[in-house]
Design a protein around this ligand. Structure first.
Ligand SMILES: C[S@@+](CC[C@H](N)C(=O)[O-])C[C@H]1O[C@@H](n2cnc3c(N)ncnc32)[C@H](O)[C@@H]1O
Ligand code: SF4
Ligand code: SF4
Length: 361
C-alpha cells in the first residue's frame, strides 16, 4: 500500500480542519464553521429518463433561469475568497448538457479550486473526451449501475447508455492520466448480489474507486411520499440477500478493494435497506456542512428543504451566516428522514477521511 503524501495539500487540510470542528457547530447549529461539501448544479435538465429520478421532467425553458458562465465565474471567485482552496462538486441534472462546463473547469483551476463531476456518460463523444483530457479536473465519476448493459439501461430509461459509459472510460483511462476516474453506483436490493463484481471490475480496470449511493425517493422531487419503495421495481427487502450482500461488500472493503464509502456508512446503508423508514441512528449534519447551489443560484443546506438565499442577490458567505440559514439549521436538527445516509449527506468519520486520503484505494 503506497502513501499519498500529496494528501497534505491546502484543499485537504482546510477540509479536515472544518470537519474536525463540525461536531461543535452541529451542537450549537452555528455557522462558525464554513461548509466543507459544496456543490454547484449546472442544470436540472437531463437527456436520460431514469425511473428513480425526476430531473429529466424539468422543462427545457428552465434553461433561461440557469446561471450564466459569467455569473458562475463570479461565484467561484467569491467562494475562493471566502473558503480558500476547496473542492467543488459539479452536478445536475446532466452537467455535460452545459457546454460551458469546460470553461468553468478551466476557471476553477486557475483560481486554485479542485473540481469533481458526476455524469451519466452519454454526452462525452470523442471530441469532448479530447477536450476533457486537456481540462484540469480532480475527478470524473460515471454513474453506472450494472455491468450488464441491459440491466444498467433499465435504470436509465434509455437504451445504449451503458455502452456510452464503457466507451468514455476506455478513452479516458489512459496511462499517466492526471485525474481520477470513479463509478457512482446505486446500492439496490435487486442488484446487490452483482455489486462485488463491479468492485472487482473497477480494480481490474485500474479505476480509482466505486462509491455506492442508497436508492432513495426520486432525486429532484422534494415531496417525499412515505412507503414509496414498496412499489419501486428496484427495491428488494429480502433480509438474507441484503445481509449477505453487505457482508460481502464490507469484506471486500476490508481487503483493500477500492470502495470509497466508509464501513460506518456501509453499516448505516445495511440498516436502511432493511428498514428504510425506521428510526435514525446517525445525526444529519448537512446544516453545518453542505452548501448546494442550484442552477438558478438558489442555495440550500438540505437539498429538499427550502432555499436560504440566492447567490444572484447575496454573497454565499452572507447566505451561510444569515438568519434564514440559522432557522434552517434548527429545522434540519429536528428532521428524522433517512436521506442523511446518502453519500452527499453522510459525514464519513474523520479518521476514515484521513486514511482514505493518505492511503488511496
Ligand atoms: C441526480 S444524478 C446527477 C448527475 C448525472 N445526471 C448522473 O446521473 O450521474 C446524481 C446521482 O444520483 C443518482 N440517483 C438517481 N436516482 C436516485 C435515487 N432515487 N436515489 C439516490 N440516488 C439517485 C444517479 O445514479 C447519479 O449517480
Ligand atoms: S439520475 Fe442523472 S441521468 Fe438519470 S435522470 Fe437523473 S439527472 Fe438524469
Ligand atoms: S435527513 Fe438531512 S438531508 Fe435528509 S431531509 Fe432531513 S435534513 Fe435534509
Amino acid at each position: 500500500m503506497s502513501v499519498n503524501l500529496g494528501a497534505f495539500n491546502a484543499v485537504n487540510l482546510g477540509k479536515l480542519l472544518r470537519r474536525s470542528l463540525e461536531p461543535v457547530a452541529y451542537r450549537f447549529d452555528s455557522a462558525f464553521v464554513k461548509p466543507s461539501n459544496i456543490t454547484l448544479s449546472l442544470t436540472n435538465r437531463c437527456n436520460l429518463r431514469c425511473p428513480t429520478c425526476a430531473y429529466w421532467k424539468t422543462p427545457n425553458e428552465a434553461k433561461d433561469t440557469e446561471l450564466t458562465l459569467e455569473e458562475m465565474v463570479r461565484l467561484l471567485g467569491q467562494l475562493r475568497e471566502w473558503l480558500g482552496p476547496f473542492m467543488l462538486g459539479l452536478t445536475g441534472g446532466e452537467p455535460f448538457l452545459r457546454p460551458e462546463i469546460f470553461d468553468l473547469l478551466d476557471e476553477a483551476a486557475r483560481l486554485g479550486i479542485s473540481t469533481t463531476t458526476v455524469n451519466n456518460g452519454s454526452l462525452l463523444p470523442p471530441r469532448r473526451i479530447e477536450r476533457l483530457k486537456q481540462t484540469p479536473i480532480h475527478l470524473v465519476s460515471f454513474s453506472l449501475n450494472h455491468l450488464d448493459p441491459e440491466r444498467h439501461d433499465e435504470t436509465r430509461g434509455v437504451a445504449g447508455s451503458a455502452q456510452k459509459i464503457f466507451d468514455a472510460i476506455d478513452q479516458l483511462n489512459y496511462p499517466g492520466r492526471q485525474f481520477r476516474i470513479t463509478l457512482s453506483t446505486l446500492l439496490m436490493g435487486t442488484t446487490i448480489d452483482h455489486l462485488p463484481d463491479m468492485v472487482r471490475w473497477v480494480r481490474d480496470k485500474e479505476l480509482d474507486g466505486i462509491t455506492f449511493q442508497i436508492l432513495y425517493f426520486e432525486s429532484g422531487n422534494d415531496d417525499y411520499v412515505p412507503g414509496w419503495y414498496k412499489s419501486s421495481p428496484f427495491w428488494d427487502d429480502d433480509a438474507d440477500k441484503i445481509n449477505r450482500g453487505m457482508d460481502t461488500l464490507i469484506g471486500l472493503k476490508r481487503q483493500g478493494l477500492p470502495i470509497s464509502n466508509s464501513i460506518a456508512q456501509m453499516e448505516a446503508m445495511r440498516g436502511y435497506l432493511l428498514d428504510p423508514e425506521g428510526p435514525q441512528t446517525v445525526p444529519c449534519k448537512v446544516g453545518v456542512a453542505n452548501m448546494d447551489i442550484e442552477p438558478d443560484g438558489a442555495v440550500r443546506l438540505c437539498d429538499v428543504m427550502e432555499a436560504v438565499g440566492n447567490v444572484r442577490e447575496a454573497h454565499p458567505r452572507d447566505i451561510w451566516e444569515s438568519a434564514l440559514a440559522a432557522e434552517r439549521r434548527r429545522q434540519i436538527h429536528g428532521c428524522g428522514a433517512a436521506c442523511r445516509i446518502k453519500t452527499c449527506n453522510f459525514r464519513q468519520p474523520v479518521f476514515s477521511l484521513v486514511k482514505g486520503q493518505l492511503f488511496p484505494p
